[in-house]
Design a protein around this ligand. Structure first.
Ligand code: TRP
Length: 334
């Protein structure tokens, strides 16, 4: 049992591309709203990032920038443990054990693996065992709740299966984690191709609103966003481009679809886009200014990561020792 009696909540984001408004609405905003009610661990999963090509110097910068953006969005290091995955060696160690209770067949069925390995000559093993590392991330901290988007539900299901299988084979060891599907489940779609999710790793930056985009860039991207023919501003599933912008407006303003429809009745798409751009700029302004402050003080970030790693390490070591004992490893003399 942790020093806090609150249930453990854990989530993570892979440091690739640019954190975007989709990550903010789908993940970070919810994490911030939940952080008082749970014993939280938020990871920057740098080890997962290795499964796709990375430029080392850029990866290093991006990892620190992601931590700063977590904090700038409102993750409070005094309330939540912020962890760089590679700072806690038990993630990789537990993964190795879990590899032996995970089946090839299970991993072959993962839709993310199928998508990412398609059209590639050489598929690296990291891409295949990605969900096992994710299971290790979760099970290492005896996590109760995992907020994830729809695209990660299959991976969470695997983590649950692996936990149950281990518990059955070796006796009760892991908490079996539950998914947490946020109430405001708005899934933000690409600005130019609204049939697909807005992705921080999209090569076409016109598809995303990055958290660090300047106001001018935000205005330009929203102006250019694909809308559908018609003139009424309203949420309508047959108009995915417009509806995406309406849901974005709704989540960021707290207004319902009806209120938005009323507000913009008789107005043009262009008017709506101007207001949406203002709204996004206003939401991101304080985030960007906190981000700049944090990045100006390198010592602060290092300290946050050192504290996070220390806390996580203590907890992770406890679980891993238990696992090693259960599976029959000889304990080293200390
Ligand atoms: N696979 C997750 C994603 O791409 C990131 C992730 C890694 C994660 N480890 C995790 C999410 C543990 C939740 C819990 O979004």
């Amino acid at each position: 049992m942790g020093k806090e009696q609150k249930p453990v909540m854990l989530s993570g984001i892979q440091p690739s591309g640019h954190l975007c408004i989709g990550n903010y609405i789908g993940a970070l905003k919810n994490w911030v709203e939940l952080q008082d009610n749970y014993d939280n661990i938020f990871l920057v999963v740098d080890m997962h990032a290795l499964t796709v090509p990375q430029v080392p110097a850029e990866l290093r910068k991006r990892c620190l920038s992601f931590v700063a953006q977590y904090i700038a969005c409102g993750i409070d290091p005094a309330k939540s443990t912020i962890v760089m995955q590679s700072h806690v060696p038990q993630h990789a160690e537990l993964m190795w054990v879990l590899n032996s209770v995970t089946y090839m067949g299970e991993l072959s069925r993962m839709t993310q693996f199928k998508d990412k390995s398609q059209n590639q000559k050489n598929v690296n093993i990291g891409l295949f065992s990605y969900p096992v590392l994710m299971a290790a991330d979760i099970l290492l901290y005896q996590t109760n709740l995992v907020p994830v988007g729809a695209d990660q539900k299959q991976h969470l299901e695997l983590a649950r299966d692996v936990a149950e299988r281990f518990n059955n084979r070796y006796s009760e060891t892991f908490v079996v984690p539950e998914p947490y599907i946020p109430k405001t489940g708005a899934r933000i779609m690409s600005l130019q191709e609204p049939a697909k999710k807005m992705s921080k790793s999209d090569d076409n930056l016109n598809n995303i609103l990055a958290l660090l985009d300047s106001p001018e860039v935000i205005v330009k991207k929203i102006k250019r966003a694909v809308t559908d023919s018609g003139s009424e501003v309203r949420y309508d599933e047959s108009k995915p481009g417009l509806s995406n912008l309406v849901s974005m407006y709704s989540v960021l303003s707290g207004e319902s679809f009806e209120e938005i429809e009323k507000r913009f009745s008789g107005k043009l798409y262009g008017d709506f886009k101007t207001d949406l751009a203002d709204l996004v700029v206003e939401v991101l302004r304080p985030v960007q200014s906190r981000y700049n402050e944090i990045m100006a003080d390198k010592g602060y970030l290092e300290e946050v990561l050192a504290t996070g790693a220390q806390d996580a390490y203590t907890r992770a070591r406890k679980t891993l020792s238990k696992v090693y004992r259960k599976i029959g490893f000889v304990a080293p003399k200390r």
